[in-house]
Design a protein around this ligand. Sequence first.
Ligand SMILES: *Cc1c(COP(=O)(O)O)cnc(C)c1O
Length: 231
Amino acid sequence: MAQAEGAKHCVAYSSGSAATSAVIHLLEPSNNVIVSDDVYGGTQRYFRKIVNPHMNITFDFVDFSDEEGSLDAKLKEGKTKLLWLETPTNPTLKVSDIGASADLARKYGAYLAVDNTFCSPYLQNPLQLGAHIVIHSVTKYIGGHSDVVMGVVCTNSNDIFAKLKFIQNGIGAVPSPFDCFLAHRGLKTLHVRMEAASANALAIAMFLEKHRAAPVWSIPDLSHILSTSWP
Ligand SMILES: *Cc1c(COP(=O)(O)O)cnc(C)c1O
């Protein structure tokens, strides 16, 4: 997974949610986290109903795509230690700018974590765009067969890696050896499945664009993006 994400380090967990929880354990009470406003439902529930009341960590849910000015003001207060971006989001597929968020995080000494589950490492590598931490639910595209539940966190930082290893060992939410075997099997066909999924999505988008009920603002012609054509 480290190789797929172009990362120096990767730590594996028994689910994507356990990976999320490990990243939150890098924080301390009274820290603040700024989160994309429509992150995965399980992530919202964990942040709002468990971390906030039990760990006294506060969360601001914002639309990263149009609140850059207000983000700057918020980060200036100095309590924000983590920006949590999910792009594209599950399930509304909202896309935001990883590079701009990475610049903002660096300016104020916060970490940028990106949940990259929906693109998979095949289509997007947030560390190369400046993120400090990448999270994946391996349960989804990487596992690929709906028979494994797993999560990973990738980073280039030796310091974050050392802390995550300690947290992983202390909490014990590790994947089983057989799950690792299944995830490794899934990873071998990730590129084929992502090409097919992209081609299918494009075919649907092009069909809808020409549909008589399509809105007046039509989608740009994207057909040049695909290198492979699938039946
Ligand atoms: C599914 C999902 C998770 C949680 O992963 P599990 O492996 O189901 O715990 C986290 N983030 C996103 C974007 C997801 O789609």
